[in-house]
Design a binder for this molecule. Structure first.
Ligand SMILES: [Zn+2]
Length: 97
């Protein structure tokens, strides 16, 4: 990220991460970001609070999808990534309605 945006809940600068170290659930939480989950089987997607998962905060985000199951089709092909849009994809879509 080139622009260091600091918001009210981030009073101190974060430790600089190595470019090749994966983002973990803790990183998302400390950034105030949501976790984006996408099911490649049925296309269901949602943004969730990373702290609401019963998974260790040290878990890299790409590994999270492998631990989850789609609540709609029970598929196991779930992709996990840091939120793509501030406030989550749902809020992003609302803007174009
Ligand atoms: Zn699904």
């Amino acid at each position: 990220m080139l622009l260091a945006r600091r918001s009210w809940h981030q009073s101190r600068p974060r430790q600089k991460q190595l470019a090749n170290s994966p983002v973990t659930l803790n990183d998302l939480a400390s950034d105030g970001k949501l976790l984006w989950l996408y099911c490649t089987d049925c296309g269901r997607e949602r943004d969730i609070d990373p702290t609401s998962l019963p998974l260790p905060g040290s878990m890299p985000v790409p590994s999270v999808g492998k631990r989850l199951k789609c609540s709609q089709c029970r598929g196991r092909n779930v992709t996990a990534a840091p939120e793509l849009h501030p406030g989550g994809v749902t809020q992003y879509r609302e803007r174009f309605r």
